[in-house]
Ligand binder design. Structure first.
Ligand code: NAD
Length: 331
């Protein structure tokens, strides 16, 4: 099948090219993001392959349908960027890579926790300047802390297994409880209680109308003073302006984010020569207790290989008329 591949980065090309010849598919790589200005590039292809910040709304879907696109293959797990109802009405199936490496994201969440709790980002810079002073580098132990996990799907579960290894007490909130987690010792509680009883909160639920701004001015009041908040899921789970207020007051003690509410204007680009216009991310970057990474939690060698092989096999299954195990439908 001819695939129009949007938002291409060098690491995508490397991993997909490795599996391409075996798959029998053909890829045209486009650096551009999929939007109303670039959608025409899909002409002459049968499928579109897109990533997290390619907006696949009703207008784009209609245009893709007119261009003869038969399938959209997301090379990611989250699908909040897709209008599933519009896709269903047009008869365009949407497939994704549901769990390419939950450990990659869970380990990154822990990397954020460990960096913030032991200030290794500061120590790295200090030592490079021959400053071996320990002043201001006092950290906190993770062992014995209570960790609240919101969403115990594939990534949340991998996160809980790591937290268990660190000797944490684990509380969780999910709309579905998981038996494997209960056997591990995870205690499911209502959201408010998880927020109130945890020292560290890590978000692993998808972005949906119900979870948008799950962390807001009101829910922050339930939390303990000095809470460590980690978000590797989707930016809009957090209402950024409320979190900035809570950081200023010291209510939030650490913030580690790999995703940001307005990230589509900023992430995945080199803006080092530009003036950042987004006031909220600029403010966040001024806090010494905030660590931001640019949506890289998925970015491991193992995850990229899995993404490429599952995406190409999703497309092969569609071409062969097989049932699409990784299809997502409007509920
Ligand atoms: P998953 O579908 O396996 O798990 C999601 C869990 O969230 C499920 O257990 C579900 O029941 C739960 N959930 C749904 N609605 C909820 C609600 N209202 N409240 C509480 N829990 C709710 O997904 P996953 O593979 O674990 O991925 C989780 C999210 O991580 C994805 O949706 C995606 O947004 C994000 N993600 C980020 C990166 C990254 O690089 N930063 C990479 C992959 C995925």
């Amino acid at each position: 099948m001819k695939i129009a591949f949007f938002s291409t980065k060098s690491y995508d090309r490397e991993s997909f090219d490795r599996f391409l010849s075996k798959s029998g598919h053909e890829i045209t790589y486009f650096d551009s993001k999929l939007d109303k200005h670039t959608v025409h590039l899909a002409e002459g292809h049968g499928a579109v392959c897109s990533f997290v910040n390619d907006q696949i709304d009703a207008g784009i879907l209609k245009k893709l349908d007119q261009l003869g696109i038969k399938l959209i293959a997301l090379r990611c797990a989250g699908y909040n960027q897709v209008d599933l109802k519009a896709a269903e009405e047009l008869g365009i199936p949407i497939v994704r890579v549901p769990a390419y490496s939950p450990e990659a994201v869970a380990e990154h969440a822990f990397a954020l926790i460990l960096t913030l709790s032991r200030k290794t980002h500061k120590a790295y810079n200090r030592v490079r300047e021959n400053n071996f002073s320990l002043e201001g580098l006092t950290g906190i132990n993770i062992h014995g802390k209570t960790v609240g996990v919101i969403g115990t799907g594939a990534i949340g579960r991998a996160f809980c297994r790591i937290a268990k290894g660190f000797g944490c007490k684990i509380l969780a909130f999910d709309i579905f409880e998981n038996d494997e987690m209960k056997d591990l010792g995870v205690e499911y509680l209502p959201l408010k209680e998880v927020l109130a009883k945890s020292h560290i909160i890590s978000l692993h639920c998808p972005l949906t109308p119900e979870t948008k701004h799950l962390i807001n001015t009101e829910t922050i009041t339930y939390m303990q003073n000095g809470i460590a908040l980690i978000n590797t899921s989707r930016g809009a789970l957090i209402e950024t302006k409320s979190v900035i207020k809570a950081l200023k007051k010291g209510k939030i003690g650490f913030l580690g984010i790999d995703v940001y509410e307005q990230e589509e204007h900023i992430f995945f680009k080199n803006l080092s020569e530009e003036i950042i216009q987004d006031e909220q991310i600029a403010r966040l970057m001024t806090f010494p207790n905030v660590l931001i990474t640019g949506h890289q939690a998925f970015l491991t060698k193992e995850a990229l290989e899995q993404i490429a092989s599952v995406t190409l096999s999703n497309i092969t299954s569609f071409e062969k008329g097989e049932s699409l195990t990784n299809e997502i439908k409007a509920s």
